[in-house]
Write a protein that binds this ligand. Structure first.
Ligand code: PLP
Length: 442
């Protein structure tokens, strides 16, 4: 009741505008990470570790736009440098611009295995391009993903192929055929991965195995430390390419990303989010030069000798300059390490509170990616689809309510269960957040 009361009395301007939005915007909310219970908040200001809503309420921002802003939101030093570039060239010309190259070069500097890099419009697009490149390079058809991993919203790699326990597609509008060449394994299950690789031999071979290296949904289902090395070995044994989806982890888990962290080198890597420092059009794919050569130039797409990718706004000066300056600034300031320390402090504090109140929750993190599971169930076993479906429903409702409770106490999370920390999260910010969590748990 306190929570609903907060929204009723303190968020009237948010309510008014998001109600109005329902008339012209389907569902009223467009961002898939936006908060929707009891109604969405409309945000007017973002700065560093804080958000201010339309009613003037201030929140600690652990959504951080879903992960791209490792330096903190609306980071002035990058903004100023980006503004200087676009004051000259505007945000887009459609012709070559030096910051395309500067971005590719700086990514290579910190991730030497990214020998070549192609800028695209989003993580989703970059995944589509990586899959297409893998098929073109290997001449094979099949793709293997891990169930529950999120690789954007394209048809081939939809979140989970089927609604657990049913034969229905997970998402409307995707026909069976669209995922006919995708196979799904369960997290951790290397035996199943091997079996799929064997089965795929008679289906045109496996072009690529795509993984989120810290585990599905940014490590919501964490994988063991040696998992990626084992997947790498299996890919080599079967001649499949290994694609790391580093949309979240690239630069967030260190300047070398997950590849650096695990010491495992993928053939292709998908980037998004931080690769444009929180500016629009964050996406790209990079990796081995011989594989990347299937892209050809942007002019080669319809030649038949190369794959076709495109995008009127891809590789525009705005997002490339923003990515370049943000990455340079992250290296200069040590932002991934600082954000990681904030994540550690937050996680330790949360677990202390959980223990103190004897709650059936758990907090864990991979650096600046912090998970707070309040379902009492760690959904590690995806092999019991019916149980999973039931638990997922219960979990979603609980998480939504917890998310609203955190918001009513001044903390914005991702869906009540995940938090991204940034360099702006000083000890004071984290301790303030923990005091607020204490009130919620109490
Ligand atoms: N891959 C992962 C692991 C992601 O978390 C996301 C987005 O959250 C995507 C791909 C899709 O990226 P985008 O939202 O830029 O299309």
């Amino acid at each position: 009741l306190d929570v609903l009361n907060y929204f009723e009395t303190k968020c009237t301007a948010s309510r008014e505008i998001t109600e109005r939005a329902k008339r012209r915007i389907p569902g009223g909310v467009q961002h898939n990470l936006a908060f929707n219970y009891p109604f969405p908040l409309a945000i007017d200001r973002a700065e560093g570790a804080h958000l201010t809503d339309r009613d003037g309420n201030v929140y600690i921002d652990f959504l951080q736009a879903g992960g791209p802003t490792i330096l903190g939101s609306n980071y002035a030093p990058v903004n100023e440098q980006v503004a200087a570039v676009i004051a000259e060239s505007g945000p887009v010309t459609g012709l070559f611009h030096e910051y395309e190259l500067k971005l590719a070069e700086i990514i290579h500097e910190f991730m030497p295995h990214i020998e070549m890099y192609r800028s695209l419009g989003s993580g989703t697009e970059a995944v589509m391009a990586a899959v297409r490149a893998a098929r073109a390079h290997t001449g094979r058809k099949m793709v293997i993903k891990v169930g529950g991993a999120y690789h954007g919203w394209s048809d081939t790699v939809v979140y989970a192929l089927r609604v657990p326990g049913t034969f229905r597609m997970n998402a409307k509008g995707i026909p069976w055929g669209a995922t006919g060449r995708t196979r799904e394994t369960f997290p951790h299950d290397l035996g199943a991965l091997r079996r799929k690789l064997i089965e795929n031999r008679v289906r045109g071979g496996t072009a690529a195995v795509i993984v989120e290296p810290f585990g599905p949904e940014s490590g919501t289902r964490p994988v063991p430390r040696d998992y990626n090395a084992a997947v790498r070995e299996l890919c080599d044994e079967f001649g499949a390419l290994l694609i790391f989806d580093e949309v979240v982890t690239g630069f967030r888990t260190g300047m070398g990303g997950a590849a650096g962290y695990f010491g495992v080198t993928p053939d292709l890597t998908v980037f998004g989010k931080a690769v444009s420092g929180g500016y629009p059009m964050a996406g790209g794919v990079g990796g081995r030069a011989d594989v990347m050569s299937v892209f050809g130039s942007g002019l080669d797409g319809r030649s038949g000798a190369h794959i076709q990718v495109g995008g009127t706004l891809s590789a525009n000066p705005l997002s490339c300059a923003a990515g370049y300056f943000a990455i340079r600034e992250m290296a200069r300031t040590g932002a991934p390490v600082l954000a990681g320390r904030a994540g550690d402090r937050l996680t330790r504090g949360l677990q202390r509170l959980i223990d103190r109140y004897g709650l059936p929750y758990v907090a864990y993190n991979q650096g600046s990616i912090v998970h707070l599971e309040c379902s009492g169930v760690m959904l590690l076993d995806m092999r019991s689809p019916i149980k999973l479906l039931r638990e997922n429903k219960a979990r979603k409702t609980l998480m939504e309510q917890m998310g609203a409770a955190y918001a009513a106490h001044g903390i914005i999370t991702l869906a009540g269960s995940r938090m991204y920390t940034s360099m702006a999260d000083t000890d004071e910010v984290i301790d303030d957040a923990l005091a607020r969590f204490d009130r919620v748990f109490a």
